[in-house]
Design a binder for this molecule. Structure first.
Ligand code: NDP
Length: 243
């Protein structure tokens, strides 16, 4: 049975497109009051028209703006750190600018948003749950993804420490690791048919994920059905990790 989020306020970053948008829509369908954060105002307008959610435009590469947006979004019962970005470069060509950008958006921003969320929950004496959307790329080498793999591995480190420190305060924290998921990011990263075919060949279930495949598991990890699930790095990958 699907979890009911009626009356629960949930912050979702990266809610404009792809997995974040699918998550925001699914949460709204299941009763949540969603607070959607992302960069493109136009995406938020259409999401608001569909769901009536609250919206905050923010560039998560900007640490100060990220902290201000996180504070504006609070208080919230639950948090999904989903926003992410990538740039394809071979290791020898990784630029410092792109490395810093990916680190800022994929690693530092989730930390800042989670800090603000968790401080508020702890001060209010209330429990909570956080899902950090990582990637199979934090476990597995993927050529041309050096900065991305590093940024997601950094996020995993944060997730583990957050689980250790926030668990005793009543806040569950889990990481979720999608395989290739059919979103605008996947178009950017996997439009080369040879690379896509090789990747698909490593997925025993024989397909890439749809955004709703990932959103369903995010909602499970947020829900009370996952009350004893904590500190997990959960692949949602059609078996990619065991292939
Ligand atoms: P999309 O590119 O489709 O959507 C990403 C969302 O994050 C967009 O709304 C985007 O806004 C927002 N975002 C990106 N950069 C910023 C920024 N600087 N400030 C604010 N918002 C920003 O990505 P996916 O839905 O595919 O990815 C969602 C998460 O899942 C990411 O963390 C990604 O790393 C992870 N993931 C994705 C996989 C895939 O194959 N798709 C596989 C494994 C993990 P805007 O468009 O305005 O920039």
């Amino acid at each position: 049975m699907s979890a009911d989020f009626t009356g629960r306020r949930v912050v979702v970053t990266g809610a404009g497109k792809g997995i974040g948008r699918a998550t925001a829509l699914m949460l709204a369908r299941r009763g949540a009051r969603v607070v959607a954060l992302t960069r493109s105002g136009a995406d938020l307008e259409t999401l608001k028209a569909e769901t009536g959610c609250e919206t905050i435009v923010v560039d998560l590469a900007d640490a100060q703006a990220t902290r201000a947006a996180a504070r504006q979004a609070l208080p919230a019962d639950l948090l999904v750190n989903c926003a992410g970005t990538t740039e394809l470069e071979s290791f020898l060509d990784v630029s410092v600018e792109n490395f810093d950008l990916l680190y800022a958006v994929n690693t530092r921003a989730p930390m800042i948003v989670a800090q603000e969320y968790a401080r508020e929950r702890v001060a209010a004496g209330k429990p909570g749950a956080i899902v950090n959307v990582s990637s199979c790329a934090s476990f597995v080498d993927i050529p041309d993804h050096a900065a991305y793999c590093a940024s997601k591995a950094g996020l995993d480190g944060l997730t583990r420490v957050m689980a250790k420190e926030l668990g005793p305060k009543g806040i569950r924290v889990n990481g979720l690791h999608p395989t290739v998921t059919l979103t605008p990011m996947a178009v950017k990263a996997w439009s080369d048919p040879d690379k896509a075919a090789a990747m698909l060949g490593r997925i025993p279930l024989g397909r890439f994920a749809e955004p709703d495949d990932i959103a369903e598991v995010i909602l499970f990890l947020l829900s009370d059905a996952a009350a004893m699930v904590h500190g997990l790095s959960m692949p949602v990958d059609g078996g990619f990790m065991v292939a």
